[in-house]
Write a protein that binds this ligand. Structure first.
Ligand code: SF4
Ligand code: SF4
Ligand code: SF4
Ligand code: FES
Length: 947
């Protein structure tokens, strides 16, 4: 437990319509029925000693320290397991209680090393606190009896140690792993005196099922489970609440700081998205922020074959501005553009798009959402009227049937997955629609009722088949639809979807999923109570990505599953601020708040505020920028915090485009893959070095707070501001709060947002305005944002990416828990101990056909390119499908993905690539070229001319 993370009320919050009033040590307190005496006492300001209880876990009642006396009741009940009763009179202090508690503590301390003064937890240990609370000074039995003091330490985990000598067997860790995380990696092995905590079957933590979420470490009241960073650096002297910079769950953390060094990140108990939970990345993998690879000086060079030259900020900014102006003078105003980062803050994204529109004078601005969730924006806006998910994460606690489609929450969105698993353990039903058996299909105490193991590229066929069953079997919620949706579009859609060609039987040939199972899944979703759909990039990154999102919205509307808790359409966003970067107007056709650039009224507001005339024509999307670069009409690109040379499809095409430009400017914390093709490098600031906000997948705006001074001297927003000024466009913000004030003034869904309100409420889910001053956890309540919900026909059009004799297998891609996207951060942490290289998953049958054994190096060849990866033989993938991650640049996963993209948004079709797999004994030509080029670039960096 962290000292900087709120108080512990002992047992969890209980909600009830009935209240109960009781007296505790003479103080009257009224609490919801079902609350424990311990929690009621804490709320009344009375601290009852405790060890095995904590308010994030269900009470257990094992330590017997929290005994109280209750008038009219015999004995001394444990306050953590005794519910309150009306009129109850409780006494927490008496001579008898003091004696009993002291006796309990004596037993604990007699079997505990007496090294408090040198222990890493000194000052942050509940056992130490309780010894003080009960007034224990000495132990009557001595310390020489049988004990556990020689237990061997388990130091296998890179981030925390387990020292059994300090364990009081309170089970908090075991319960945290079960209740909070849902992994069930820990047990109490043995009985009585011999009982001890054991990961899996008496294994080390690293060899067990443990996923290093840190929940057990957080729950441990002693130094038994202890962060290695605390052992190394000591306890923090202050804490700063901020937001994780990894995924779109947007967990809130307390950065614990000693001097100016972060020594621990603990999940904030009152974090709206995570409520005290975390995953291995946010909790432990923050060391990249001060990694030796950080570049902190601006650098320039004329050609990418030249060594870098460190320059002052003034020179770097002046050079960049003059290059962009030179290019525009020579090739035209539209020959330059900028990329907004979904890793940076809202305020930084807003400034980049403002600089492009106002200072570059065009709309050539785009963001990596182009390559992930742009179909979500399109599909949800067209059907429901707003480009964002409908729920807050808490909502899943009210779901009865959950569809997870094209997403892998336990790896991609782990803290949300823990919430979902809790609900599934309580009895909610699960339908997984995915070509691969993700962990949720069959995990500890969680099993999918249906796993619709469809072929990659057939989502739309599947969604139409599900809708067909609902419509033709009379399962549509017609009252809901009549009241809330367009009549005509519903009728047209019904007529179309009811056609036999959309039936599960007709679609079986395409999807490969037995019609019977599709019918059963459709019935379950339509009739099983609150139905919620969670989906990810397995839905959007297809040539029909937008159609699939529309299909999901159709399903939710026809079953009445939008507009209340427990239901909805929920895109699981990838990056920490991908929602925010979209909200901030990072697309070439949209101003902040999703208003089209051709909308004269919206444009006029921005023109007045920015004192500039804006171009009404949408600018270039990322792929169009690359095409234009190869055509010779696009010559300058400012890339803030993106790595297109690794993350975008058909990397060889991207690289050729970068090489064709005259000025590529990369602003990043590391010399990433794209920076190897850059002419200007502007050092970036990590999330620990700046103020701002991120917006997560549930539209939750949370504060990012500066914990340390930017290593390069400036936060990213300051650099953009300097560049805009050098280009002759005035920007004079003194703090990101002023940027947020401008965003709020110009964006209707943000009208009520301010730093003051964020500090007061903790976080805010937009829309936040006069109608919803504290934000909007659930959208479309009562009516859809667009007025009436619109059904749209989702004709299945098979992708052009078909298997052939030459490329007989389908490659699909995804992420793993311990690594994050292009891996620039996680590869620079001990997370590499969990996963150190990309591998290719292949079904045993396909492996056998090709003579491939586990671990063999195999070539993966598509029409776009060829790479080599080690093979892992597994039945997680179905025959005909192979799978890989894309976390390591040297693998070049995106060398093989193609330029196919979504018809509406150009989102690349990462998830379907026809490939051939064959045994090889050396890296591919591209990989060899990459290794040589990277070596050359490392040498150019090492040989840079210092300032
Ligand atoms: S770190 Fe998380 S997964 Fe591992 S044992 Fe602890 S609670 Fe369980
Ligand atoms: S490791 Fe910590 S939380 Fe787990 S039983 Fe021991 S003292 Fe309790
Ligand atoms: S779930 Fe996402 S936001 Fe939360 S700690 Fe993990 S990476 Fe960070
Ligand atoms: S805190 Fe109540 S029995 Fe341990």
């Amino acid at each position: 437990m962290s000292r900087f993370n709120g108080c512990d009320l002992g047992t969890p919050l209980v909600t009830s319509d009935t209240s109960v009033t009781l007296s505790i040590d003479g103080t009257e307190i009224t609490v919801p029925a079902g609350t424990t005496v311990m929690r009621a006492a804490a709320l009344a300001g009375v601290k009852v000693p405790k060890l095995c209880a904590t308010d994030s876990l269900e009470p257990f009642g094992s330590c017997r320290l929290c005994l109280v006396e209750i008038d009219g009741r015999k004995g001394t009940p444990a306050s953590c397991t005794t519910p309150v009763d009306a009129g109850m009179v409780v006494h927490t202090q008496s001579e008898k209680l003091a004696r009993l508690r002291k006796g309990v503590m004596e037993l604990y301390i007699s079997d505990h090393p007496l090294d408090c003064l040198t222990c890493a937890a000194n000052g942050d240990c509940e056992l130490q606190d309780m010894a003080g609370t009960v007034g224990l000074r000495d132990v009557r039995y001595g310390y020489a009896g049988a004990n556990h003091l020689d237990g061997e330490k388990d130091e296998s985990n890179p981030y925390f140690t387990f020292d059994p000598a300090k364990c009081i067997v309170c089970s908090r860790c075991v319960r945290a792993c079960e209740e909070t995380q849902g992994t069930f990696a820990l047990t109490i092995d043995g009985r009585g005196f011999a009982s001890k905590v054991s990961p899996s079957q008496n294994e080390e933590f690293m060899g067990s099922e443990c996923v290093s979420c840190g929940a057990c470490v957080n729950a441990c009241p002693t130094a038994t489970l202890q962060e290695k960073s605390i052992i190394e650096h000591g306890q923090a002297d202050h804490g700063v609440t901020t937001t994780c910079a990894y995924c779109g769950v947007g967990c809130s953390f307390v950065a614990e700081v000693k001097g100016d060094q972060v020594v621990r990140m603990t999940p904030a108990k009152d974090g709206g998205a995570n409520e005290g939970h975390s995953c291995v990345k946010g909790r432990f993998a923050w060391g990249y922020a001060t990694h030796k690879d950080r570049l902190t000086k601006p650098m320039i060079r004329a050609r990418i074959s030249d060594p870098w030259r460190e320059v002052s900020w003034d020179e770097a900014i002046a050079h960049t501005a003059s290059e962009f102006r030179r290019i525009q003078a020579k090739y035209g105003k539209d020959s330059v553009g900028g990329l907004v980062s979904s890793r940076c803050t809202n305020e930084e994204g807003y400034l980049v798009q403002k600089m492009v529109r106002a200072a570059f004078g065009n709309n050539n601005v785009d963001t990596c959402a182009r390559v992930c969730h742009s179909p979500t924006g399109y599909g949800l806006k067209a059907t429901l009227g707003e480009s964002a998910g409908t729920q807050e994460f808490r909502s899943v606690a009210h779901s009865d049937v959950i569809i997870v489609m094209g997403a892998n929450p336990t790896d991609g969105h782990p803290v949300f997955a823990s919430r979902m698993k809790r609900r599934l353990r309580e009895g909610a039903k699960l339908i997984v629609i995915d070509p691969r058996a993700i962990d949720l299909v069959d995990g500890p105490h969680v099993k999918a009722t249906h796993h619709l193991k469809l072929r990659p590229g057939t989502n739309v066929a599947m969604l139409s088949a599900l809708a067909h069953v609902i419509v033709t079997e009379g399962l549509a919620k017609t009252d809901y639809v009549k009241e809330r949706c367009e009549d005509k579009s519903f009728q047209d859609w019904c007529d179309w979807v009811a056609k036999p060609e959309n039936s599960p039987e007709a679609m079986e040939a395409a999807t490969g999923v037995p019609a019977k199972e599709v019918r059963e899944a459709a019935r379950l979703y339509a009739t099983g109570g609150n139905g919620a759909i969670y989906y990810g990039l397995g839905v959007t990154e297809h040539s029909q990505g937008s159609t699939a999102v529309i299909g999901i919205a159709n399903l939710a509307m026809v079953t009445g599953n939008v507009g209340r808790e427990g239901v909805g359409v929920n895109p699981l966003r990838g990056q920490n601020n991908v929602q925010g970067s979209c909200d901030m107007g990072s697309f070439p056709h949209e101003l902040p708040g999703y208003r089209h650039i051709s909308d004269t009224t919206a444009r006029a507001q921005f023109e007045a505020a920015w004192d500039v005339t804006l171009n009404p024509e949408p600018g270039l999307r990322i792929p169009n920028m690359f095409d234009a670069a190869l055509d010779g009409s696009f010559k300058g690109l400012y890339v803030q915090g993106e790595d297109v040379a690794q993350s975008d499809p058909n990397v060889q095409h991207v690289i050729a485009a970068l090489e064709a430009m005259e000025c590529v400017v990369v602003q990043d914390i590391f010399l990433n893959e794209t920076a190897k093709f850059a002419h200007v490098f502007l050092p970036g600031a990590s999330f620990l070095e700046k103020d701002g906000t991120f917006t997560n997948a549930e539209r939750r705006i949370s504060r990012v707070r500066k914990v340390m001074t930017p290593l390069c001297g400036y936060a990213d927003w300051e650099v953009t501001q300097k560049l805009a000024q050098a280009l002759g466009f005035p920007m004079n913000y003194r703090h990101p709060s002023e940027i947020m004030d401008e965003i709020a003034a110009l964006t209707p869904t943000f009208h009520g947002v301010s730093y003051e309100k964020l500090d007061r409420l903790g976080s805010i889910q937009w829309p936040c305005n006069d109608e919803a001053p504290d934000g909007t956890p659930t959208m479309h309540v009562g009516h859809f944002v667009r007025g009436k919900g619109r059904f749209m026909i989702t004709q299945y059009v098979p992708t052009n990416e078909k298997v052939t004799r030459r490329f007989p297998l389908l490659l699909t891609t995804g992420r793993i828990l311990s690594q994050y996207n292009v891996g620039a951060q996680t590869r620079r942490t001990s997370n590499t101990q969990f996963f150190e290289r990309d591998i290719l998953e292949i079904h045993p049958q396909d492996a056998e056909d090709r003579g491939i054994r586990d671990g063999d190096m195999v070539g993966v060849e598509s029409r776009a390119g060829r790479i080599a990866l080690p093979a892992k033989i597994t039945e997680r993938v179905q025959p005909g499908v192979v799978y890989t991650t894309f976390h390591f640049p040297e693998s070049g996963a995106n060398v093989v993905t193609t330029e196919n993209s979504d018809w509406a948004t150009n989102c690349p079709e990462y998830k379907v690539t026809a490939v051939q797999i064959s045994l090889v004994n050396h890296p591919s030509e591209w990989q060899e070229h990459y290794a040589a080029f990277s070596k050359e670039q490392s040498e150019l960096l090492a040989g840079r001319v210092h300032q």
